[in-house]
Write a protein that binds this ligand. Structure first.
Ligand SMILES: [Fe+2]
Length: 269
């Protein structure tokens, strides 16, 4: 799945084209041959690769598979491939196949987009974060209300602009907590993230499961009396501990943890 933070264009696939823009989640199931075309030069994508299918949470659907009315999105929000173009061509067509972390170059003798039509239930599709209708309450509701996707090993949640809790004595910032079932990865897209200080757009934070965390110093007090938030963020909660790559280690903001010490709030660059 690709989350489009910056840029627009279209994904060309063997099933047709999916135009994409800022805020789209593009779900590309295994086996789909695709090519991304940008109409912009400043692009930023968040890639989420999964060994299991990335699906709509089962609790949003009825026994027939239809979206239930309390779900935060519906069938109308799904963007399906359209305008299938058939390329009936012979030549050398390089297709890069990713398998178990390795990329294998395959040269096809016929154009991979030579389908004249298709049928079935395995195809790429997209849905915008902006079509996610937030669920709000009188008192603080837990993270599953933000859930947009699920897979066997993780969930993906969307934090979108929304009204805050409307109980007269509510404190809109979340309480401090410890995730016992998952790590918590947040990708900051836009707006001011209400529970964190000094977080920049495009930054990722990782809060490992089992370790208590919560709003930055001052964030709770700051939230009192506020009625809404403009925050936009993607949260990925893996059920098994995150393994961090060397590349990621090299871009770590090393004193991030210190940003919870009231005396010492560093500016995260
Ligand atoms: Fe959390």
């Amino acid at each position: 799945m690709i989350f489009v933070h910056k840029g627009h264009g279209w994904v060309e696939t063997m099933y047709g084209q999916i135009p994409f823009e800022y805020g789209d989640y593009i779900v590309i199931p295994r086996g789909t041959i695709y090519k991304i075309h940008f109409l912009t030069t400043q692009n930023r994508l968040l890639y989420i690769e999964s060994f299991s299918p990335i699906e709509i949470p089962g609790r949003y659907r009825n026994q027939y598979g239809q979206m239930l009315e309390h779900a935060p999105f519906c069938e109308r929000d799904f963007k399906l491939p359209k305008d299938l173009e058939t390329h009936d061509e012979h030549g050398d067509f390089l297709v890069k196949i990713k398998k178990q972390g390795m990329i294998y170059p395959y040269v096809y003798a016929t154009h991979p987009f030579d389908l004249v039509g298709w049928d079935g239930n395995h195809y790429p599709w997209a849905m915008s974060i902006f079509d996610f209708e937030p669920i709000t309450g009188r008192v603080h509701l837990p993270p599953p209300i933000h859930q947009q996707f699920e897979a066997a090993g993780f969930v993906v949640c969307s934090f979108v602009p929304r009204l805050y809790d409307y109980h007269p004595k509510s404190i809109p910032a979340p309480y401090h907590h410890s995730n016992i079932d998952s790590d918590e990865i947040l990708y900051y897209v836009d707006g001011d993230f209400m529970s964190r200080n000094n977080i920049q757009k495009g930054q990722l934070t990782l809060h490992p499961g089992g370790i208590p965390h919560g709003p930055h110093p001052g964030a709770i007090e700051r939230s009192i009396g506020k009625t809404s938030t403009e925050e936009l963020a993607v949260m990925i909660d893996p059920f098994k501990p995150m393994k961090i790559t060397e590349v990621a280690m090299n871009m770590e903001v090393e004193d991030y943890y210190k940003s919870w010490l009231e005396a010492e709030i560093p500016v995260l660059a």
